[in-house]
Write a protein that binds this ligand. Structure first.
Ligand code: NCD
Ligand code: ZN
Length: 344
C-alpha cells in the first residue's frame, strides 16, 4: 500500500469559534496539525492580549490529552489598536495581527475602516517582527464581489508593501491569478496561504445546477483560470512562498442551508487528505511536505515540527455531518470519497 510520511503539518489559518462549538472542532485539527494559527473573529473580536490568552486557554482545554498540538494566537486589528497593543502582543508571544476590512466577512463589523490611519501601528509590527495577516478584499459596495481581491491588491496591498518593506505580510486565502502573481513577484516579506477549496473548485461548482451553500466562502470561489493559477503557484518555481491555511470555518448546518446562508467551509476533519489529493492530482505530491509543514514555519520564524504524520492511500468517506455544539456542521465534500487517509 502506498504511504507518504511528512513532517507534521501546521494550519496557518483556522477558525475554531468558542464555547461548545470550539470543543467539537478543535480535536479534529489537533489530531493532524502540530500548530494552528487561530483567527480572532469571535463576537466580540479577540482584540486584546488578555482576550487572546483566555481564548488560548479555552483551546488548550479542548485539546485531547496526549496531543502535542499548540494553538498560535492572532489579534484582531481594529481602529483602536495602538503601538502599545503591538508591544504587549509581542511580549506575550502573539504571532500576528489580522486585518479584516470592515464588513468583509463573518464577524468583521469591528474591522478597520481606514488602514492607512494605522500606519504607526503597522510600523511597530515591522519593528517587533510580528506578522500582519490580511483578509485581502475591499468592501466598497461598488466593487463586484468577484473583483474584490484584485481591487484590494491595488488599493491596499501594493501601497502597504511599498510603505512598509520590512513588514512581514501574509496574503490570506488567496483566490486569484493576480494575488498569486503578486506573491511570486514581491520580496520575501510577502507570503500567502491557500485553502483546499480554492485549489479544488471554481465558481461552476458553487452555482451550476443549483446554489451550493456548502461551497460558499469568502473570498468567493473564482473562475477556473484562477484555480489553475493557484495550482501553478503552489507547485511552481516560487512555491516556497505559499503554505497551508485551511480557513476551515464551521457554521451550523441551518445557518448555511438558509435563505441568507453564511460564508465559510469546514475542512478541518480531512484537511491534510484534501491537500494530498490536490497535490497528487497536480502531479506534485513531492511538494506537499514543503507546502504543509515547512514553508509556513519558516515564514513565521518557527522550527519545523519534530514528529511526522503518515498518509496512506486508503479510501475514506467524509462524514455527512459532524456534531457541532448542540447542533451539527456539514464538512467540505460531505459524503464523498477521498483516496487518502491519515494513519492515526
Ligand atoms: C470565515 C468565517 O466564517 O469566520 N468565513 C469564510 O468564508 N472564510 C471568515 C473569513 O475568513 O473570511
Ligand atoms: Zn478565515
Amino acid at each position: 500500500m502506498q504511504t507518504l510520511t511528512i513532517i507534521r503539518p501546521d494550519d496557518f489559518h483556522l477558525h475554531v469559534r468558542d464555547g461548545e462549538a470550539l470543543k467539537s472542532v478543535v480535536p479534529y485539527t489537533a489530531r493532524q496539525m502540530g500548530r494552528a494559527l487561530i483567527m480572532p473573529n469571535l463576537k466580540p473580536p479577540v482584540a486584546t492580549v488578555e482576550q487572546a490568552l483566555a481564548y488560548r486557554r479555552q483551546i488548550e482545554a479542548a485539546t485531547p490529552q496526549g496531543s502535542s498540538f499548540r494553538p498560535l494566537m492572532s489579534l484582531y486589528l481594529t481602529d483602536k489598536t495602538t503601538i502599545q497593543t503591538v508591544r504587549e502582543a509581542k511580549a506575550a508571544g502573539i504571532a500576528a495581527f489580522k486585518l479584516y476590512p470592515a464588513g468583509a466577512t463573518t464577524n468583521s463589523d469591528a474591522g478597520v475602516s481606514d488602514l492607512f490611519k494605522l500606519l504607526p501601528v503597522l510600523e511597530e509590527m515591522a519593528k517587533q517582527g510580528i506578522l500582519f495577516l490580511t483578509h485581502g478584499e475591499v468592501t466598497d459596495p461598488d466593487i463586484d464581489i468577484f473583483d474584490r481581491e484584485a481591487a484590494f491588491i491595488e488599493r491596499i496591498m501594493k501601497p502597504v508593501l511599498q510603505q512598509l518593506p520590512e513588514l512581514k505580510v501574509v496574503f490570506e486565502h488567496i483566490t486569484t491569478a493576480q494575488a498569486a502573481e503578486l506573491v511570486c513577484q514581491a520580496g520575501d516579506n510577502l507570503a500567502a496561504t491557500v485553502t483546499p477549496q480554492h485549489l479544488m473548485f471554481n465558481r461552476n461548482h458553487l452555482l451550476v445546477g443549483g446554489v451550493r451553500p456548502h461551497h460558499y466562502c469568502l473570498p468567493i470561489i473564482k473562475r477556473e483560470s484562477h484555480r489553475q493559477a493557484l495550482l501553478a503557484a503552489v507547485t511552481g518555481g516560487q512555491s516556497h512562498k505559499f503554505f497551508l491555511g485551511t480557513d476551515s470555518a464551521p457554521h451550523p448546518k441551518h445557518a448555511k442551508e438558509n435563505a441568507c446562508g453564511c460564508a465559510g467551509m469546514f475542512s478541518a476533519v480531512t484537511a491534510i487528505e484534501l491537500y494530498a489529493h490536490i497535490f497528487e492530482q497536480a502531479g506534485a505530491l513531492h511538494k506537499l511536505e514543503a507546502f504543509s509543514s515547512q514553508n509556513g514555519a519558516r515564514f513565521y520564524g518557527l522550527p519545523e515540527n519534530s514528529d511526522t504524520l503518515t498518509l496512506v492511500k486508503r479510501p475514506q468517506r467524509i462524514p455527512e455531518t459532524i456534531a457541532f455544539g448542540n447542533g451539527e456542521v456539514v464538512p467540505m465534500l460531505a459524503g464523498e470519497e477521498l483516496a487518502w487517509s491519515v494513519a492515526y
